[in-house]
Ligand binder design. Sequence first.
Ligand code: HEM
Length: 216
Amino acid sequence: MSRRARIALKAAIWGGCLVPLGTLVYWYARDDLTANPISFVTTTLGDWTLRILLASLAMTPIRLVLGVSWPITLRRLLGLFAFFYVCLHFSVWIVLDFFFDWHRMWEDIVKRPYITMGMLGLLSLIPLAATSTAGMIKRLGARRWRRLHRLVYLAGVAGCVHFLWLAKVGRTDQYWYVATLVLLLSIRLGDVALRAVRRRRERRTATVATAEIRMP
Ligand code: HEM
């Protein structure tokens, strides 16, 4: 992919990811945030956190299935936008739901399992955002950095469980998110298994070849 196309794609991601926030600001300016604005803003930001997080998780499976490399260049940007949205989502909870009442917030985290899961999702994204720069990749070393960044899968699982546990009876959209996550994880795990089988076969071929050379 050319440099120009890559820049255009990144600009499209920036534009696309800022639309939900822009729309919320527009609705706020028009005083059009429904009869329950706090709940509306919280759920809209939560929805977009999960959508963008799943989009970032989809980049490696897309590369694997289509055999193209460009999705990898978008993974970090999407991950950072997911972090940005979860911070806004969390801030609404802190400021508008609890108004910095730390004691009640702690009680809510401990008492309501879906809030505990949301916190787990948020906490697993923090080290990823903190180490997203090229300098941090260098400092940690590619191997350790890659291992740390597997936390994104934990964030995806926690985000989906958070949604499953908070969804009221009769709702079904949470299952679409779960199905998407299961599909993405299956492709990823399938690739890991395939590579392990290939490595074992190569090792066995190498052992047989060495044995044949040694035979008189
Ligand atoms: C990766 C982390 C997170 C993800 C992916 C996420 C995603 C979501 C989603 C998809 C919803 C449902 C939106 C809907 O009803 O359409 C939601 C709702 C909500 N989330 Fe999160 N969230 C995360 C973290 C958190 C955290 C850290 C908190 C607070 C500690 C939180 C508090 C809430 C609350 C209060 C609701 C509204 C529940 C209700 O409707 O009664 N979330 N979130």
